[in-house]
Design a protein around this ligand. Structure first.
Ligand code: SF4
Length: 408
């Protein structure tokens, strides 16, 4: 008996939880004041945090969890015995519009297993995006995961309708992809990323036309499964740095591998490395926004792994105590950004504030900085941390109290 749309929704939204994504920041601002429906702004049910901190809600589903591929790390692989379901393109369009009208979502995140072949599946995904944009003038956010090995022409067409496209790199090393996803080809994945970057670059070149055609305005991203193979954090972050540099990616999403039914047939059982995923996001952030090199972030341990107990910035500071304390009234921006507990906004506020007066710990408190956290690492007006930075128990003093892990 055919499953109801509600039953299929339960299966295909649950199956999509392994896809890391969901960030509608960085796209163009649109609303429906001049016609159409939807908006890339506003708020609703919160599913994820965008890189700019904004909460967004997306209908996050797979078009189908049937798949002809057999990637060892994936619950939807062909040899898995999960319950299967499939939406038609029309059903996905209908669901998106209904959820939007009920104010449940601000957009759509769509991924899929591969049915028949890559191009057939990708064509259906493009059809969904095109119907939403062209037929229904949907102005909400659309993030499409491209289908591995899909043709360049289909990916290019998807780019006309999607805010963001993802081409998954899958695993941190080519050897890992070859071992665990033998039907995928790292060279083809990189070629697709390169072609998409060229198309995005071409679309953003200056033109005399008043209205340029939007092409993937929120850029491309990728996803890397972590913990399925033995790659170290240094290897993972090194791969990410290469991808950011080569393909102008907006984001690398790290997805902690979860042991899945029948996994023992393919993979050793590994505890889901959720804290590891969290630390990798933090390290990635330090690389992109705080001027840290990957080598610096991962130098603290000989095995190239991040310290799971403390965040990577604190870990670096403890391993480089000779660089502290930092005088908040004199240090340059680059060094202020390396102080544990200082974010980019805090550093900008310090630089602006010290133009008028010498700043003390009270000023940091007013900036909502945890004074306890920064005290050992800074000097300020009326504050010098006498030998605090040299204490042998500083790491223990700075350890966060156990609490529930907050993931992105
Ligand atoms: S192609 Fe995608 S859906 Fe299919 S098995 Fe591989 S990871 Fe899973």
């Amino acid at each position: 008996m055919k499953k109801s749309i509600k039953e299929r929704l339960a299966i295909l939204s649950d199956a999509a939880k392994y896809d890391a994504s969901c960030a509608s920041s960085g796209t163009t601002k649109r609303d429906s004041s001049t016609g159409g429906i939807g908006s890339t702004e506003g708020s609703g049910i919160c599913h994820a945090y965008a890189p700019d901190g904004r909460c967004i809600s997306l209908l996050k589903i797979l078009m189908t969890n049937f798949c002809i591929y057999d990637c060892a790390y994936c619950i939807n692989r062909s040899s898995s015995n999960v319950e299967r379901a499939r939406f038609t393109p029309e059903e996905v369009v209908w669901l998106t519009l209904e959820f939007y009208r009920r104010n449940y979502i601000e957009g759509l995140f769509l991924s899929s297993g591969i049915i028949r072949n890559s191009d057939y599946t990708m064509e259906q995904m493009v059809r969904i995006a095109r119907d939403l944009r062209v037929t229904h003038v949907f102005r909400g956010y659309i993030h499409l995961k491209t289908i591995p090995e899909a043709s360049a022409a289909l990916i290019e067409e998807a780019g006309l309708y999607a805010d963001r496209l993802s081409i998954n790199i899958e695993l941190p090393t080519d050897a890992g992809v070859e071992a665990f996803a033998p039907q995928k080809h790292p060279a083809n994945i990189r070629r697709s990323m390169g072609e998409l970057k060229d198309q995005i670059d071409a679309a953003s070149e200056p033109t005399f036309r008043k209205r340029r055609k939007a092409f993937v305005p929120a850029g491309q991203s990728t996803q890397m499964i972590i913990g399925a193979d033995q790659a170290s954090d240094a290897t993972i972050l090194g791969t990410s740095a290469n991808l950011y540099g080569s393909y102008a990616l907006r984001r690398v999403y790290y997805s902690a591998f979860s042991p899945i039914p029948d996994a023992s047939k393919h993979l050793p059982l590994i505890k889901p490395p959720l804290m590891r995923e969290h630390r990798l996001y933090q390290a990635d952030w330090l690389y992109r926004f705080y001027g840290f090199g990957i080598g610096e972030i991962t130098a603290a341990r000989p095995d190239g792994m991040l310290d799971l107990a403390i965040d990577p910035k604190l870990s670096w500071a403890l391993a480089n105590r000779d660089r502290f304390p930092v005088d908040i009234n004199k240090a340059d921006r680059e060094m202020l950004l390396r102080v544990p507990g200082f974010g980019v906004k805090t550093v900008d506020a310090i630089l602006a504030g010290r133009a008028h007066k010498r700043l003390g710990l009270d000023d940091l408190k007013r900036l909502k900085v945890s004074v306890k956290k920064v005290q050992p690492f800074v000097t300020a007006h009326a504050w010098t941390p006498v030998k605090l930075i040299d204490r042998s128990d500083l790491r223990e003093m700075m350890m966060p109290k156990p609490q529930q892990l907050e993931l992105l």
